[in-house]
Design a protein around this ligand. Structure first.
Ligand code: TA6
Length: 333
């Protein structure tokens, strides 16, 4: 077996943390069940995600770093709901794990609560599957519309903070040919013409799906001092229908991980292919870093956010349908 899964109390909170660890000890991943927030991904003995030294890790505030989950809104279009929605502030339930000779996976679940129903009157079930292998981390965020009377719309995103040697020696490739909304230029839309993108000021862009052959859906983050690729980020989404009532009972009930995985694969397999997604690129730079209480002033040196999601246009999910957003982070061998 490649590895195993464990769950234990967290360092700063009684809310548990799920840990995936390879048998050889060289690879691991930690998931704080507060928000199902991935706090660490170690690949070949090296930490690949950034978490601020000032991050609040006691389960009272969304984590500044790792991979917070954004749902059902991006930003704060509904001012009555927290920025980036409530998924990253809820305690998720650990459903179980699976392992084979290539990877170890775990599954977490979050159901609608009286508080979420008050804020957002839709009955949903969220699933988050995290799979660790020797070269990659795959994170699959699934939304199930389990109500029978109406569809609902939402935005979702995986807010990934990638650890880098230094922002001034980091570049990104793979976004050329994609249009983007630049939040630093009055949310106007531009075309990315550069094959290599550097960050030298506050950067907050929503790159729209690469829906033609001229652009790819993989973003490579490189160290310009060595021209080596640090990590590749690929993402896609898919929507599937035909959740049977028994499948809904499995998703909602006292579920086993194999039952849920069975529902996911049977529901997804006989449906349309995957689609490209938005990619948000963010670095707060100097002023915004100073303004963020949970980020030290020079914290912006050490990360760039490459965040796959569906934010430029909301997802509309019909009754008894599921939607999955899958991010694959790969370390070149
Ligand atoms: O993903 C980029 C962004 O929307 C930025 O505008 C900035 O607000 C960032 O998210 C962090 O948001 P947070 O609510 O986690 O402080």
């Amino acid at each position: 077996m490649f590895g195993e899964c464990g769950i234990a109390a967290s360092e700063h909170s009684t809310i548990p943390t799920v840990t995936l660890r390879s048998t050889d000890g060289r690879h691991s991943c930690s998931i704080f069940t507060y928000g199902a927030t991935i706090l660490s991904w170690i690949c070949n003995g090296e930490e690949r995600l950034f978490v601020s030294k000032e991050a609040i890790l006691n389960g009272t505030k969304a984590v500044r770093g790792g991979i917070p989950l954004v749902f059902p809104q991006f930003g704060q279009p509904n001012p009555a709901m927290a920025q980036h929605g409530f998924a990253r502030n809820l305690v998720w339930e650990h459903v179980g794990s699976t392992a084979d000779e290539h990877e170890v996976s775990t599954l977490l679940r979050c159901k609608a609560t009286p508080d979420t129903l008050t804020l957002w009157p839709q009955d949903f079930c969220l699933l988050f599957r995290v799979s660790l292998s020797a070269t990659s981390l795959v994170t699959e965020f699934t939304v199930a519309n389990i109500q029978s009377n109406e569809s609902f719309q939402f935005q979702c995103l995986q807010h990934t903070y990638l650890q880098i040697p230094h922002i001034t020696t980091t570049s990104m490739q793979g976004l050329q040919g994609r249009s983007y909304i630049d939040k630093m230029r009055d949310a106007q839309q531009f075309l990315e013409e550069d094959t290599t993108i550097l960050v030298d000021k506050e950067t907050d862009r929503v790159y729209l799906p690469a829906n033609d052959t001229s652009s790819s859906s993989t973003v490579n983050v490189l160290d310009t001092s060595t021209e080596c690729t640090l990590v590749s980020s690929h993402a896609s989404c898919r929507t599937s229908n035909s959740l049977t009532s028994s499948a809904i009972e499995i998703l909602q009930g006292d579920i086993s991980v194999l039952n849920v995985l069975g529902v996911l694969s049977s529901t997804h397999e006989n449906n349309a292919g995957t689609k490209d997604v938005d990619v948000v690129v963010w670095n707060p730079w100097i002023a915004k870093a100073k303004a963020l209480v949970d980020l030290n002033d020079d914290g912006y040196f050490w990360f760039v956010c490459v965040e796959p999601g569906c934010v430029s246009s909301p997802v509309s999910l019909d009754t008894h349908c599921i939607f999955s957003l899958t991010q694959t982070l790969t370390i070149p061998v």
